[in-house]
Every structure is written in C-alpha cells, then in structure tokens.
Write a protein that binds this ligand. Sequence first.
Ligand code: OYP
Ligand code: FE2
Length: 532
Amino acid sequence: GEAFFPCYRWVQGNEIICLPEGTARTVRDDPQNQFKKHREQELEERRKVYRWGFWKEGLILPIVGNTQWDLPRNERFREDKDLDFSLSLAKVLKDLALKGTLDLTNSVRRLEDFNKVFPRGKTPLAERVRNSWKDDALFGYQFLNGANPMLLRRSTSLPSRLVLPPEMEDLKTQLEKELQTGSLFEADFSLLDGVKPNVIIFKQQYVAAPLVMLKLQPDGRLLPMVIQLQPPRNGCPPPVLFLPSDPPMAWLLAKIWVRSSDFQLHQLQSHLLRGHLIAEVISVATTRSLPSLHPIYKLLIPHFRYTMEINVLARSNLVSEWGIFDLVVSTGSGGHVDILQRATAGLTYRSFCPPDDLADRGLLDVKSSLYGQDALRLWGVISRFPISLESRAQLCHFITMCIFTCTGQHASTHQGQLDWYSWIPNGPCTMQKPPPISKDVTEKDIVDSLPSLHQARTQKTFIKFLGRRQPVMVALGQHKESYFSDPGPQAVLKQFQEELAALDKEIEVRNAGLDLPYEYLRPSMVENSVTI
Ligand code: OYP
Ligand code: FE2
C-alpha cells in the first residue's frame, strides 16, 4: 500500500507501512475474502476523494483543493463552527475597517501609543506582558514557556557564530563558566539568515537572524547575557554585541529584534508547519491508507476534525499572495515560503516526540520549563492510551506522535498568541528599520523600527481572532462520536479521560502556586484536533 508519509525522508521505518491487516476481521474469519474486498473498495473510493494536492515546491503535500468548497463534505466545518468562524471574523474585520481608517495618516510617536491597539477583554497574562515586557526575566521566560517553546537549547559549546572581540574577555569568561556548569542556553535564529524581507506599500521591511545566549539561574529564571543580531560575514567587521549593561534603549531594541524574529519562526516553523501542516499530512495519509474498520483509523480520526478546512483557509488567506503575511509581516511576499522550505528540510521524527526532543535540547531536567514538564506528562498519558498495541512499542510511539502533534504540539504553539502578541512591541509582526549597528539608540529609533499603527492594528485583529476562546471546541479525548463498539476500547477511552482529568487538576494546583501560570497544555484547554 501507500506509505503512511509518502513524502518524508524521516519516516522510513517499515513499522509504518506494515500496519496490521484489518484487525476487525482476521483472515480466518473471512474465508471468502469478502471483508477484505470491501475494505479495498472503500480505500479505492477514498483515494479518489482525498487526493494529494500541491502548494509549493519543497513543502509537505496538502489535501487537494484551492478553496474550502473543494473539500469533501465530511471535512467541512459543520454549521456551528462555520457560523462562529465567519461571524467572529466579520466582527474583527469590521472593527479593523472602522478604527483603521485613520491609521495610515496617524503614526506611533511613543511606545505608549501601542495602547491604542491593545485589545479590550485582554488576558491577565497579556496585561502582565504590557506592564513588564522590558524585564530581562520575562524576555528569558518566553523561551521556556511563551508562545514558542521550541527554539531554546542547552549549549554544548560556544556557538561558532559568536565572535567575541578582545575587549569582551569578561563576557567570554562568564559564558565559559556557565557552559562548564551546564547552565548556558542559546536561542539561534540562523534559519532566518538571508531570507528576503518584504516591501509593504513601497516601504522596505527588515529581517534579522539573531543569536541570544542565556543563563539558567538556580532560582529557575533564564536571563539573557548577550544578543548578536546578525551572523558575522566575511570581509565585514564582526557584528555588534548587545549586553544587559548597555544603554537601556540599545538593549531594548536588541531584545525587540529578537522578539520579532521569534514571531516569524514561531508562526511559520512551530505553529504553521509543525502544528497545522503536519497534522494535515497525517490526516490525509491516514484517510487514504486505512479503512474505516481499522482500529488505528478509529483511534486517530477524532484528531483530524476540521484540520483540512482550517489549513485551506490559512493557505488561501494568510500565506497566499496578498494574504495577511504579504500585507503586514516582514517575512511576507516570499520570504515566508523560503522559511517554510528551510524548516521542512530540517524536520526530524525525534523533534515531534517530546521525550526525544527535550532530551536533544537539554531541557529534560530544567524545572522551570513548564512546557517541557507538561508536554512529557501529556505524552505519557497519550502513550498509555493505545494499550492493545503495547507489544508493538514502535507503532505505539508513532501513533502517540500523531496524536500529540494534532493536539498538544499545536496547542502549545497556538494558545500563547493572545497573551504574548497582544502587546505589539513584545512580538512585532514586522520591523521597518535595519537592525542597529551601534548602541546609540533613542526611543524614536525604536518606535520607527516597530510596526506602523496600521500594521499593529492588523496584527491585533488577527491575533485576537485566532486567540479568542473557541465556543465550538472539543477538548482532548472528549469527542462524543464513538468509533469503537467493543467494551474493551471504550474502557480504554474512559481511562484516558480519567488520566487527563487528573493531569488537568495537577496542573491547576501547580499553577495556583506560581507567579506565572502555564496553561497551554492543560488537557481541558488542549483541542482534540487542529481546528483554528
Ligand atoms: C485562516 O482575512 C485562519 O479572511 C485565520 O489559519 C483567518 C483566516 C484564515 C481568514 C483571514 C481572512 C487560521 C490557521 C493558521 C495558522 C498558522 C499561522 C498563523 C499565523 C498568524 C499570523 C497572524 C498575523 C498577524 C499579523
Ligand atoms: Fe493554530
């Protein structure tokens, strides 16, 4: 049959292709091959309806179709979801049209002016971000438990791109000391190096590829030590290094550049590619490969609801020509596709499995990585779910990866948007001046670098839309359709739900004792599939 992941070099193992032969009826129960024939016919039919499409060279394949109307009826939003999606989109767009009319002539003069586009009904965490966004501790915290917890890694050596001039002997000593004790971490945005920046209404926008070195303190706080905004280039003087001891405006602008770079990698690599697009490829491949009677089909199908439609909408409105990225994001108009291609080339199976991914990034024993702790716990609960596959450990691992990707992986990168990107300077969608090459920086330089009022309002509009509470929402493991008729699997589902409830309670209790609660992987908050 068709390989489960026809287009990925990272899934080669035959454990995926050799799925058990239709376990609803064994060969012995089916002497005339009647059931087998039925399953084959069903798959033939399915492969006609669910065809692979094509979006861009070098990217994973999507479902065929350019608009939501091209999708099979079963994949379309049902009435309640459709209504909620269209109405809330209409509402935010109306708001944008009304309040945005004067934005092209009005400008942001001071940082406080971003209050004009700070949403009402914001979350407590968004409020906290607005008040404390300049703190180094909150800046560091975001790499652990913010909107994009996927980039940070523990350093195993000083990165080769970090060229330290002789007068920075002190810094070198400090970095080496942290390295020795295993408390040195890095966030490297090299993937963005050389990406072509957007031009928006005749105005050049800018992209950088920073490196941040951070130290993990015994109290669990992660603090930045140095920021390099661009990698060194042959024949050019080494890039300036920004330090916490620099003049406040210079240090702040360096941090803002990092936040804007994180916005790009977060949305494109962590959220869109590793959440939405991978969930879609798993859905399409499963639907084409497994008949309805197959237990793995029954197990996975609830985790695919609405994924194809939301992704068609994203491809045709967010990352399309004239889409939101082209209109207001620094990597729009092609750079974003380049980033997706680069990120696709680097996908690994291990990186989709938190036990392996967190080990590879040196985060397993970091107590202040709440994302890491919760991801491991959730992974554990899911992996105890397909219990009848216990003897096929690798298949179980693979299926757990599929479910975690469609649920926890997406939730952990989707849900932070409203909290961390409502205050625009903490996650600017674009930068309008080149990265600074000196430490002579004023508040005006910062404001001129940040998004215009119109860009900021557009960011707010879509962040609010994407981050709003979903009224039509099925939480992890709470689907009402029952696919399994046997009491055995039904009991397993019930146990799954009980373990999820226990984990939810535990996280709630843990959060009650924390200064900043981490909510994105609470089972009651995690959606059962990628739907927004
Ligand atoms: C799809 O104007 C989605 O019609 C939201 O995408 C909104 C639309 C379509 C309609 C837009 C319109 C949902 C799912 C996704 C994803 C991953 C990437 C998200 C990037 C968000 C960027 C926000 C932009 C702020 C400037
Ligand atoms: Fe999403």
